[in-house]
Design a protein around this ligand. Structure first.
Ligand code: ATP
Ligand code: MG
Ligand code: MG
Length: 363
């Protein structure tokens, strides 16, 4: 089967690697000539909204998916007019815009922080009156890794913020003093079958994911699955959907969804019976979904900016290293390390060793 993917970064790269044993060949649309997914698939090297390139992609494949959500809606429409697209245009339209996303949560009785739409500085002042401080203001579209956001602690932080964030539509959210953050990754097939991975405990540093640890029999597992299920049903979703939550006083508060495979799910490559990448491909290709069972204790560390000594990492037991073949650059995700073992001591020891080796700007 030939699958087209809009975006050609590391998520697409890991998708192509997962598709190879299933005889799937992936073609990526990406404006970067050195897109790292192109090492393991074919590349249509053009802007996401280039009509000729979109047609070249759709001519080459049987169906199309996405590895990021900030795709221009016109691109999605042009593809959808010619080929099946999973997830569908509605899911992308909602997931790429934080206001639509929060409305989806509200409509499905999924708890969220107070939110207020902001289209000018006056709206922001009104929103702060309404919600109070501290609060967080975010661009409605295009934000990732905490970019396009500002924390508002005092009235002085509010002044000039609309212009500072680019005079684009924003949302203001109440600040949640959460205990910790989790994500729930679900997958839904074309026939409506679903599967869910165990909850993942995510630790961010400077707005970027530093480490994910897979939880064991979390008391909020069923609640999280119910919320993801509701969102998937409401969207007529096909593929992997990731849901980020804050946990405060043993309650889930929805933060955002990603209509795609997710950084917090990279552990599934070695740490689950079927990876998120393979399950996404199975779902969109109308194949049976694979088991999401966790294989022992599992953690994932992002490699940000600088690669540690690869041979030193490779010499550790219970550890797998992934390099995305991307050049080093401050703040850039260039790889990750998975630690997994059925033995708790072996797992803890490997985690400590990995933490010492990481030369992350976040560590
Ligand atoms: P991602 O890379 O996960 O897509 P993003 O740029 O879309 O990130 P968010 O997930 O909305 O941004 O926010 C990034 C991080 O900032 C969150 O994981 C959380 O740690 C913190 N954060 C965001 N919103 C709030 C909030 N309302 N209250 C407290 N902390 C928040
Ligand atoms: Mg996001
Ligand atoms: Mg997030």
């Amino acid at each position: 089967m030939k699958i087209g993917v809009v975006g050609g970064g590391q998520l697409g790269r890991m998708m192509a690697l997962a598709g190879t044993p299933l005889a799937m060949r992936l073609t990526f649309l990406d404006p970067a000539a050195d897109a790292c997914a192109a090492h393991v698939g074919d590349l249509v090297n053009a802007a996401y909204d280039d009509p000729a390139a979109i047609d070249a992609l759709t001519d080459a494949v049987d169906l199309v998916t996405f590895e990021f959500e900030s795709v221009p809606p016109e691109t999605v429409e042009r593809i959808a007019a010619r080929l099946p697209v999973y997830p569908n245009a509605k899911a992308l339209r909602i997931a790429r815009d934080r206001w639509f996303e929060k409305s989806l949560f509200k409509d499905n009785a999924i708890p969220i922080a107070p939110v207020f739409p902001v289209d000018c500085q006056q709206d922001l002042e009104d929103g702060v009156q309404h919600i109070g401080l501290p609060a967080v203001v975010k661009t409605r579209t295009l934000g990732y890794d905490g970019k396009g956001q500002k924390r508002l602690m005092t009235a002085a932080d509010v002044a000039g913020t609309f212009a500072e964030l680019g005079s684009v539509p924003l949302i203001l959210e109440g600040f949640i003093d959460f205990d910790y953050e989790v994500s729930c990754i679900g997958v839904r097939g074309r026939d409506g079958q679903t599967a869910f991975y165990p909850l993942i405990h995510n630790e961010h540093r400077q707005g970027v994911l530093y480490r994910s640890v897979v939880t064991e029999a979390h008391p909020l597992q069923q609640q999280a699955e119910d919320y993801v299920h509701k969102a998937m049903d409401a969207l007529g979703y096909v593929g992997v959907l990731t849901f980020e939550f804050f946990v405060k006083e043993d309650q889930l508060i929805a933060n955002e969804i990603a209509p795609r495979v997710h950084n917090s799910g990279h552990w599934t490559i070695e740490g689950a019976e079927t990876s998120q990448f393979e399950n996404h491909l199975r779902a969109i290709a109308d194949m049976p979904l694979g088991s999401t069972h966790r294989l022992g204790h599992v953690a994932m560390y992002n490699i940000i900016g600088r690669m540690p000594d690869m041979n030193a990492v490779l010499s550790l037991p219970a550890v797998n290293l992934h390099s995305y073949a991307k050049s080093e650059k401050p703040g850039r995700k260039i790889g990750h390390i998975t630690v997994h073992s059925t033995d708790q001591n072996r797992f803890n020891q490997a985690c400590q060793q990995v933490e010492q080796m990481l030369v992350n700007e976040l560590s």
